[in-house]
Design a protein around this ligand. Structure first.
Ligand SMILES: [Zn+2]
Length: 293
């Protein structure tokens, strides 16, 4: 602990998918070609495990069923190191592109593989590209029906790819009569505008001090946990680079990959971090129950 560490336990999370599974490349890389591409997720996760281990922190790995099926040994390694295994859906289909039934089938299929490969019970879920929003009023209900304890799938902002502007900034109970809890990704208010400040491009593209400021604001002013996320491909400057991707996607995807590991190392040492299921339990205890109408 140092001067920056408050008493608040923040949620550390990794969205485990490979470089070709990100939304930014869906128009240039065909889903049916995934099997033939150079998979980098295993080596990148090994590096993340080393980085977390050096700081003695535990986190949550929201993993695609598609990835877990191909890398069961990697999944066991993550679980054996004391991290939480949680679900990121089967193959990164965004929730608002699926109907209620297809979503239910997607998360059921992913969970089975995640649980079978690790022996850990999966109780947490993160939607691909934070795709639970006002278009998917059924999504939290389905998660609660399937016995999930929490989700961290909402970005309470406006963004060009995602966001649910009206959602609360901190934990809420989206389903009547259920203990199920949603813990949105961390946001910061900058010049009157709310922006996602819990990782992704915000962390990688802007100076480290901006993220440090945002997390301190949440911990000290709001007295709440920050929810931080990143992806294995973000620490991998040597990943393949499809030339046909749109310029904006390429700029966003490839900038600062070479400095990411050092930034992450600083981050995990400077704040107090834990698994999302731990943070969910703390947040659930302070969030009023929502009785059935
Ligand atoms: Zn993802």
């Amino acid at each position: 602990m140092n001067a920056l560490s408050g008493p608040v336990l923040n949620g550390l999370s990794v969205d485990v998918e490979d470089w070709f599974q990100v939304g930014a490349f869906e128009t240039v890389i065909d889903r049916k070609d995934w099997d033939g591409l150079d998979c980098r997720v295993e080596r990148n996760c090994a590096e993340i495990l080393a980085l977390f281990g050096a700081a003695n922190v535990k986190g949550t790995f929201f993993t695609l069923g598609w990835v877990a099926q191909r890398y069961p040994a990697m999944m066991r390694q993550i679980a054996d190191a004391g991290h939480e295994i949680a679900s990121h859906g089967w193959d990164h289909a965004r929730v608002f592109t699926l109907g209620r039934d297809a979503f239910a089938a997607d998360i059921e299929r992913a969970r089975k593989v995640l649980e079978d490969t690790t022996g850990q019970r999966v109780t947490g879920y993160r939607a691909p590209s934070f795709s639970i929003d006002s278009r998917t009023p059924w999504a939290h209900e389905v998660l609660a029906e399937q016995g999930y304890a929490y989700s961290s799938s909402v970005a309470p902002i406006v963004h060009d790819h995602y966001g649910w502007r009206e959602a609360p900034r901190f934990a809420f109970r989206p389903v009547e009569g259920s203990d199920f809890i949603e813990i949105p990704v961390t946001t910061a208010e900058v010049a009157g505008r709310r922006m996602a400040a819990g990782g992704g491009g915000f962390f990688r593209l802007l100076p480290y001090s901006v993220s440090r400021w945002a997390i301190r604001q949440v911990n000290l002013r709001d007295q709440r946990p920050a929810v931080f996320y990143f992806h294995p491909w973000e620490i991998d400057p040597d990943q393949p680079r499809p030339a046909s991707a749109p310029l904006k996607s390429r700029l966003r995807h490839y900038t600062n990959l070479d400095v990411m590991a050092a930034k992450l190392s600083r981050l995990v040492h400077e704040f107090r971090w834990g698994r999302m299921d731990e943070v969910a339990a703390i947040e659930a205890a302070r969030t009023p129950a929502r009785l059935a109408a």
